[in-house]
Design a protein around this ligand. Sequence first.
Ligand code: ADP
Ligand code: MG
Length: 251
Amino acid sequence: MVNTIVEIKGVNKSFGPVQVLRSVDLSVTKGEVLVIIGASGSGKSTLIRCVNGLEAFQEGRIIVDGCELPCEADREVGEDHKLMGVRRGVGMVFQQFNLFPHKSVLENVALAPMRVRGKNKADAEAVGLRLLKRVGLQDHAHKYPAQLSGGQQQRVAIARALAMEPHVMLFDEPTSALDPEMVGEVLDVMRELAAEGMTMMIVTHEMGFAKEVANRVVFIDQGTVHEQGTPQEIFDNPREERTRLFLSRVL
Ligand code: ADP
Ligand code: MG
C-alpha cells in the first residue's frame, strides 16, 4: 500500500534456542501512532529494535520507508549500507536516555547531523536550537546532561532523534525510568509530535496516554501479535481472553 511506511511480514526472531518473535505481521501507515502493549518479556523491545536494525531477525521481511532490512543471513555478506539507509530515516528513543555525558545538550543534538549527514556546525546548531525550543529546553542548550532532570534529558533525547529528520519515531518505554512527576512533560512532547503528524511506534505502559493518542493499539503476547484494534476496541472491548487478563493487571 502506498501509505505504508513500516511493513513487517512473517518475522521470526530467536536468541539462540529461544524464539522471541513468532510470525509477526504488522504494518504502520504514514502519520499513524501505533502503541504496543504487552507483558514484560513478550518481545516488544525486540520487535521495535528489529525495525531499525538494532536486532537481526532470521525469517520474514521488514521494509521501512521503501528500504528492505536484511535478515540475519544477509547481514553477513556486507549489506551494511542498507542498514545505514534505514537507520537514518528512523528515530529511536530508549528508556535510558543514552545522552553523551561529556557533550553539552546542544552538542548532543547537533552531533549526528554533522557526523552522519555532513552538515556544518552552524547549520546543525541552528536546527538543534530550534528543536530544543520545540521540546521546551532552549534555555538549557549549554548545560551538560547530568545538570538536567530525567524528564529534561529524555526531551533532549527526543530532540536529538528529531535532528536526523526521521520519517518514523520509535519509542521504547520512554517514561519508564522517570520519576512520576516527570512523565507528563515527556508525554506532552510525544503528544505534540503525534498531533503534527509524525509516524510513531511506541511501547508504553502508560495506558491513559495510549487511549488518548494511539490510532491503533497492538497487544503482543509471547512474541505474537495477539490482538490489535482502536484504543476503544482494545481497552473497552477486548476480544481475546489474554488481552483481558493483561489489561486487568495493568489498568
Ligand atoms: P519486552 O520488551 O516485551 O519486555 P524483550 O523484547 O526485551 O521483551 O524480550 C523478549 C524475550 O527475549 C525475553 O525472554 C528476553 O529475555 C529475551 N531477550 C531479549 N534480548 C535478548 C538478548 N540480547 N539475548 C538473549 N535473550 C534476549
Ligand atoms: Mg522492553
